[in-house]
Design a protein around this ligand. Structure first.
Ligand SMILES: [Zn+2]
Length: 130
């Protein structure tokens, strides 16, 4: 379990102007590692929800964030932090956006932009939801 990536991603969100504070606790948002050599993704978020669509409402009942160790084992600490921060963005209700933003769908884009935590567009997305 790459706790460093998740912890530093939580700190990146908490240090941003987003109206959220992420804390480690036993609760409905979890983050962990998985190992899947057949998957094309390096990070993924699953939700369970009742009536609300997570990209438009945030009333999911749980969110589970996974980093795919098959990829992340070979990535830098900053890359993994960016993936974890991106997936936490999904967990909180953000959709994909293009450009140099945390919520770009591409790890390569985040790296070439030097983005490993939320930028203004990501923060604005969260603050529109919360
Ligand atoms: Zn994504």
């Amino acid at each position: 379990m790459d706790k460093t990536a998740v912890t530093s991603a939580m700190t990146a969100w908490n240090d941003s102007p987003a109206n959220v504070i992420l804390q480690s606790a036993n609760g409905s948002l979890t983050a962990g590692d998985t190992y899947d050599a057949s998957a094309s993704w390096d990070g993924i978020t699953y939700w369970g929800w009742h009536l609300c669509y997570p990209y438009t409402r945030t009333c999911f009942s749980y969110a589970n964030v996974y980093l795919n160790y098959y990829y992340t084992a070979h990535y830098s600490a900053n890359t993994n932090k960016g993936i974890a921060a991106h997936e936490l963005g999904h967990a909180m209700g953000l959709a994909h956006t293009s450009g140099c933003v945390l919520m770009t769908p591409y790890t390569t884009t985040r790296n070439s932009c030097g983005i490993y935590g939320p930028v203004t567009d990501d923060v604005n997305g969260i603050n529109a939801l919360y």
